[in-house]
Design a protein around this ligand. Structure first.
Ligand code: HAM
Length: 421
């Protein structure tokens, strides 16, 4: 074959798609219960939106974006995340003028040029929610509880919720001084990336995955100890609400996340079922982003969660039991006359809302029954010369292998009753 899919992308084949639909339906139902409404944004945006929104010194902007010049020499980027596009859409469409609080959700494909490995793709999918218009800590907690509720509905176990606060700008300015003071005498021992971060964005040093940097970071002062009293109060309220709602969580003072827009609460949900890429979901508050993108001051909080990683956990915990696209009815036609008549019957049975298919090759009875079995049909209708002559079907219940004759005139009612059971 001449063409292959691009490295780090996946075909979602019919065998898999049932699981995707099940997960997407569950997400949509739960988003509706929490009163979030769907928002869809274009697949590409001006590069500047992400550079300014996510931060120039982040890995995403620095090395992972699919950026290209269009024919008009404009720099465009395939969206690597949804928060900046959602804020752009919120501002551009003036959604804040309609209601004081805007609750949005999305399910979307995203693009990051990372090194592909299990759970890390170049085109992947996220579901997420963003609520814009309030700084209330109750919403930080709601966003976390919404993500947890979706995982609960999907039957996920062994999840860990890690929380931290990166405070307000004042907390961070205080902390930046303390952190640089700690790192300065050790700077030569840090990796080259961290040495660059020291000047551009020292907080990101705490997120470094290099083992030697992690060891050096272990004794660093913690941001959580530099929070202003307002920031501390906000975070205490979020933790209290989580505790009151029986959502276990752990404080990780080193959690800073890979995007620059966060203020106050940040969190991640991880699963022990995932390997090195163990983050299922990440999010937090981003009160300054709307202003940074040229809009009005709009406090906001949200989360985003990888769907491929979620499916890996579902597979590990439930096996394949979620595929639900088995056939209801298979029509087995024997001989040219039956072959012709079965077109009409297939249509009639489909009109009842039953998942129905038939033979298209004029195969033998044995081959057709094998096909019905392969598709896990629950009922097989057999139409041969005898049945045609007597205006009836031989109906085979595939679960208990019983067979009976049902007249044409009664078959629709028979099937409706059968599937009501
Ligand atoms: P993020 O941590 O970059 O946050 O991504 C969120 C989730 O997307 C990750 O926890 C992971 O499950 C999934 N993910 C990220 N990159 C990949 C990849 N290359 N392959 C597969 N899955 C991946 C954000 O995107 C923020 N916008 C979250 C947010 C929303 N913050 C506030 N609102």
């Amino acid at each position: 074959m001449q063409f292959r899919r691009i490295k780090g992308t996946q075909d979602i084949l019919p065998e898999e798609v049932g699981k995707w639909q099940y997960v997407e339906n569950t997400i949509r139902a739960e988003m509706a219960v929490f009163n979030y409404r769907e928002c869809r944004t274009p697949v590409f945006e001006q590069t500047e939106l992400f550079a300014r929104g996510i931060g120039e010194s982040t890995d995403i902007v620095g090395k992972e974006m699919y950026t290209f010049l269009d024919r008009g020499k404009k720099s465009l980027t395939l969206k690597p995340e949804m928060t900046a596009p959602i804020v752009r859409a919120f501002l551009e469409n003036n959604l804040g003028s309609l209601t004081p609080l805007t609750k949005l959700y999305y399910i979307a494909p995203l693009f990051r040029q990372e090194n592909p490995q299990a759970g890390r793709l170049r085109q992947f999918h996220q579901f997420g929610a963003e609520v814009l218009g309030s700084g209330a800590p109750e919403l930080d907690a709601e966003i976390i509880m919404l993500a947890m509720q979706i995982y609960k509905k999907l039957g996920l176990k062994s999840l860990d919720l890690i929380v931290n606060s990166v405070g307000d700008p004042e907390s961070r300015a205080n902390y930046r001084v303390l952190l640089q003071k700690y790192i300065k005498p050790l700077l030569a021992q840090y990796c080259q990336d961290c040495q660059n971060r020291y000047r551009t964005n020292p907080l990101r040093i705490l997120d470094c995955k290099v083992e030697s940097c992690r060891r050096l970071n272990a004794d660093a002062p913690q941001l959580i100890d530099s929070l202003t009293s307002a920031a501390e109060k906000h975070f205490t309220t979020v933790k209290r609400i989580l505790a009151e709602n029986d959502i276990p969580h752990t404080l990780n003072p080193y959690l800073v996340r890979g995007l620059d827009y966060y203020t106050h609460t940040v969190f991640e949900i991880t699963s022990a079922r995932l390997g090195a890429q163990d983050a299922l979901c990440g999010g937090g508050r981003y009160d300054l982003l709307a202003k940074q993108l040229g809009g009005t001051d709009t406090p906001a909080v949200g989360f985003a969660a990888g769907i491929e990683r979620l499916l890996m956990v579902i597979d590990a915990e439930h096996g394949q039991s979620m595929q639900k696209d088995d056939l209801d009815v298979y029509l087995c036609a024997l001989g040219p006359q039956a072959f012709r008549t079965s077109v009409k019957w297939t249509q009639k049975i489909r009109a009842l809302g039953l998942r129905t298919d038939r033979d298209y090759f004029g195969r033998s009875m044995k081959a057709q029954l094998r096909d019905a079995n392969r598709q896990s049909a629950k009922v097989v209708l057999i139409l041969g010369d005898n049945e045609l002559k007597d205006n009836e079907f031989s109906v085979k219940d595939m679960q208990n292998s019983t067979q009976q004759l049902v007249p044409f005139s009664e078959i629709e009612n028979f099937l409706l009753n059968f599937f009501k059971k």
